[in-house]
Ligand binder design. Structure first.
Ligand code: TYD
Ligand code: MG
Length: 451
């Protein structure tokens, strides 16, 4: 037997080192390097079937058939995947604990007309059954098999016996392989167990879902390298204390990463949200100081979201900045622009910014609504009723055009807005009832207040 090999892995970034160090030279984190043991030879032998010999093929002889897609019986999930599951693809579903990863995949497994093996290293079959009853009180999938197991060799034995159409692993951090000594959740275990499962997926053309927990910093716990190994990385985000969840593709070899799925967590599991603008409070007509409605696009969808800002004189020397659902760096930028280009003394104030409903918005078109909410709170004057905003803000204070304005405006009209602020450089073909207010500079927003 080969001598076990000692290696050192950074538990944060997955970098491999020849010796222990206090700080990882790659990701600069302290105390993240851990010694792990692996016997390389055996690790190589691990995994299921032997690979078939392959030969290089001229491109011209490759038939350009489109891949077959397997529907997950969840339209939102299918959209984010780029039209369903591709046979043999491996999808990593990341998210903070408690966000609803197990719920999402169990729900799909219960509804799919396929044989699904759900491997759980976290919950017992009895716990899963309880949850399944809640999710699907009707007739659940009779071909759903539960396997409480964390050893990959035993999982492969089950797979050979049952040959499921889909494998779900909850979670990759609980798995361990016989060929490596280190504990489950360590970098070498995650890397090796994932590699074994990926080999299985490719050789049998079975799609595989891997659930992965995410750390506070928002990275999939364990090695980043996992993200490079799989075909698709989905992220389930939102605030566990709010109802709404966003499913995004961060990487997708089989589809676009612009798609998003929107869910609402209910007592009967995750429900797709068809009309996200319905999230808007009914108080559209009596806007309070510090709130503004932004027209955003996420994926193929346009909807209206409420941004809330609170600007108040700072009690401490260093003003506080806190944001939920929006990029903190962008908030800093908008504050600096408001200070410099609109003459508002923002920098000495504490600023809190919140996107209502627990959504996290990436669309830069929200900038203008954020600025409007900030100005409104600063000036202590509500934004005029039934007003929406859509525009990106540049460093010189200019309001810039954003993509798909017609879709945003159509949504604004549906939501019941009457007026939309946008960039004066925006090209539009819209011919509806909305009053459009084009502005060139961020200071143009000051014109929204009477007097
Ligand atoms: P879970 O899927 O266990 O999260 P994860 O696998 O990402 O850790 O779901 C977590 C939360 O969802 C849990 O706090 C309870 C809640 N929940 C509901 O509100 N309704 C439901 O029908 C289910 C199944 C869970
Ligand atoms: Mg779970």
């Amino acid at each position: 037997m080969a001598k076990p090999k000692k290696v050192f892995y950074c538990q944060n970034c997955g970098a491999r080192h020849s010796q222990w160090m206090g700080q990882c030279p790659v990701c600069k984190q302290w105390n993240t390097i851990v010694e792990e043991t692996l016997s390389r030879q055996e690790a190589k032998k691990a995994g299921p079937a032997k690979p078939k010999p392959v030969r290089s093929i001229p491109l011209s002889q490759v038939t350009g058939q489109t891949e077959r897609r397997i529907s997950t019986a969840d339209p939102e999930l299918d959209t984010v995947l780029g039209g369903g599951l591709v046979p043999g693809s491996v999808i990593l579903l990341g998210g903070e604990p408690g966000i609803g990863k197990s719920t999402l995949l169990l729900q799909a497994a219960l509804r799919m007309p396929y044989k699904v093996l759900y491997v759980s290293g976290e919950e017992s079959p009895a716990q899963i059954k309880l949850r399944a009853d809640r999710l699907s009180p009707g007739q659940p999938n009779p071909n759903l098999l539960l396997l409480p197991e964390t050893n990959t060799q035993k999982i492969f034995r089950e797979l050979e016996q049952h040959l499921p159409d889909l494998l779900i692993v909850d979670s990759i951090q609980t798995l361990h392989t016989d060929y490596i000594d280190s504990s489950p959740g360590s970098v070498s275990q995650i890397r090796e167990t994932a590699a074994e499962l990926i080999r299985y997926a490719k050789h049998t053309a079975t799609p595989v879902f891997l659930i992965g927990h995410i750390t506070k910093e928002g990275i999939i716990a364990g090695p980043k390298v996992l993200e490079h190994m799989v075909d698709t990385v989905l992220q389930f985000e939102g605030d566990r204390y709010h109802r709404f969840r966003i499913l995004r593709a961060l990487k997708n070899r089989f589809g676009s990463t612009n798609e998003m799925g929107l869910y609402e967590m209910t007592v009967h599991g995750l429900k797709p949200v068809e009309n996200p603008s319905g999230l808007l409070p009914d108080t559209l007509s009596e806007a309070a100081g510090g709130t503004a409605v932004g027209l955003v696009n996420e994926g193929i969808r346009s909807f209206a979201v409420e941004t809330q800002a609170l600007v108040s004189p700072s009690v401490y020397g260093t003003p506080q900045r806190s944001v939920t659902g929006y990029d903190l760096k962008r908030l800093h930028m908008i504050l600096a622009v408001l200070e410099k280009r609109a003459g508002l003394r923002m920098l000495q104030n504490d600023v809190f910014l919140n996107i209502a409903g627990g959504l996290r918005i990436m669309d830069p078109a929200l900038d203008l609504a954020v600025a409007a909410a900030l100005i409104s709170s600063y000036e202590n004057m509500p934004v005029p009723s039934y007003t929406g905003f859509a525009g990106e803000i540049g460093l010189t204070g200019e309001v810039r055009p954003v993509a798909h304005m017609d879709r945003r405006l159509a949504e604004a009209e549906k939501t019941g807005l009457q007026r939309v602020y946008l960039s004066k450089h925006q090209k539009i073909t819209y011919q509806g009832k909305l009053e459009l207010v084009p502005i060139g500079q961020i200071s143009g927003l000051l014109g929204m207040f009477p007097g």
